[in-house]
Design a binder for this molecule. Structure first.
Ligand code: ZN
Ligand code: MN
Length: 458
């Protein structure tokens, strides 16, 4: 009997490092707006006789930093290997990839086997047959995990945690969309299938969902899984066979005689350790201890480096717990709705502080605050200016005015009033909503409910 619920998933994750220059030459890593094949030199296009320069130290330090943040031991001697394969995106016919820089780390319960440094290939378009080498030679960090992941959901959580580490390390590219994931998956100890080059967390999740279903269906029909490499077709959300899986020996790894072995000295390692960035987990713990935040609140705030930094600044000016809940519930809601990070939102810290102070001082109601925060995305105006322009600035505290509006609403909404009086107590929410509408949310709901109850129950 096959244990078809026994799923094992492992990753090989590639992410571009935010260095100024490529791994073995002085070409820029900022190729995004360059014409094809203009951000190149004889080294990164593999011209005959061109030799690589010494390995980019900035890239090496970035890889060590991330490896340390993943709890790895650092190898003190690293060499570069040539990994051979034939594809038009690879001008040399081999990719330079390092021996492990870090080993035996751990993240979110998943063992990190190895951390490597390697060079990005160029871009090949099989439809037009064109190759663009602008990207060729950009340093990549490669992270290899053990097959410790048991479900697509866990895979998604793990990758989110890893992206947080990248974010906190400040050593990877911030533009996004540069992560590429190769997924290994086996079911019931059958052959391992690799899905290549998935470029989003959502893509990984969908590919795994599909692949588990596909393999289980084969196993149920008594068909063996073959070892192969598949491609994920994002538009159709399926995987397709690419080639039968190559084995390590197919790559004919050999040490690259043109690149000197690298010694990682005590001095270099100590310096990196001294400047090691906080991890997201450490930040979360700090937020809990320093500001007395519950774990789930601290977790949301620590989920983005920039957001945590903003929070700590805001907490110097506004009640720390009040600010934490606003950031977790409202700011995060608006960011997620717009699919932005805080860094991308264009919201200024001083504007956020001003908004929170206005709510705290009851210059505006909570409801108005929620509306204004939605309008702060990419807005150069301050919350006070926004509130003023929209006539939302003054909280209606004069109870005579509130009474008057409540009576109006009662007169204009006979049906809801009838419902309420005949026992449908939730009809009161509709009436509260109508009062809010008339007052643009400038009145506290507690006062509205007080008068509604008073008038409806007499
Ligand atoms: Zn170059
Ligand atoms: Mn690789």
């Amino acid at each position: 009997m096959l244990m078809i619920d026994e799923v094992k998933i492992g990753f090989e994750i590639h992410e571009q490092l935010a260095t100024r220059t490529k791994l073995f030459c002085k070409c820029s890593t900022d190729y995004r707006n360059a014409e094809p094949n203009t951000n190149v030199c004889e080294i990164c296009t593999g011209q005959p006789g061109a030799k690589p320069m010494a390995v980019n130290k900035e890239a090496l330090e970035a890889a060590i930093t991330i490896a340390l943040m993943l709890g790895c031991e650092i190898k003190r001697e690293v060499i570069f290997l040539r990994k051979h394969y034939d594809y038009p995106d690879l001008p040399n016919g081999y990719q330079r990839t390092s021996t492990p820089i870090g080993v035996n780390g751990e993240l979110a319960g998943v063992r990190i086997w190895e951390v490597h440094l390697e060079e990005d290939p160029g871009k090949y378009d099989p439809i037009t047959g064109r190759v663009d080498y602008n990207r060729c030679g950009v340093p990549l960090i490669e992270i290899v995990t053990a097959p410790d992941i048991k479900s697509p959901e866990q895979a998604r959580e793990f990758l989110k945690e890893l992206v947080k580490i990248f974010d906190y390390s400040n050593k990877t590219r911030k533009e996004g969309g540069t992560m590429r994931v190769d997924v290994n998956i086996s079911i019931a100890n059958q052959a391992r299938v690799e899905i290549k080059n998935i470029n989003s967390i959502k893509g990984v999740y969908k590919a795994l969902k599909y692949e588990i279903m596909r393999q289980k269906n084969l196993l149920k029909r008594g068909i063996k899984i073959r070892r192969e490499t598949r491609a994920f077709i994002e538009e159709q959300m399926i995987t397709k066979p690419m080639r039968l899986k190559e084995y390590a020996e197919d790559y004919r790894y050999i040490p690259d005689p043109d690149v000197l072995p690298i010694k990682i000295t005590d001095e270099m390692l100590e310096k990196i350790k001294r400047n090691l960035p906080e991890t997201p987990m450490e930040k979360e713990k700090k937020l809990m201890e320093k500001y007395g935040l519950p774990k789930e609140v601290a977790r949301v705030i620590a989920s983005e480096y920039e957001l945590a930094k903003v929070y700590e600044e805001v907490a110097r000016h506004v009640d720390a717990k009040f600010a934490a809940y606003w950031i977790k519930d409202e700011l995060k809601r608006v960011l997620e709705y717009n699919d932005l990070t805080f860094a991308q939102s264009g919201i200024k810290i001083e504007h956020l502080i001003e908004l929170l102070k206005m709510i705290k001082n009851e210059e505006i109601t909570v409801k108005v605050g929620k509306k204004i925060i939605e309008m702060m995305i990419g807005n150069s105006k301050s919350p006070r200016e926004i509130a003023k322009e929209m006539g939302l600035l003054n909280v209606i505290s004069d109870e005579e005015t509130v009474k008057k509006v409540v009576l109006e609403v009662i007169n204009e909404n006979k049906k809801a009033v009838q419902d309420y009086l005949s026992g449908k107590k939730e009809a009161i929410n509709y009436l509260v909503g109508q009062v809010m509408k008339k007052t643009k949310g400038r009145v506290k709901p507690q006062i509205v409910i007080k008068y509604l109850n008073k008038f409806l129950n007499t």
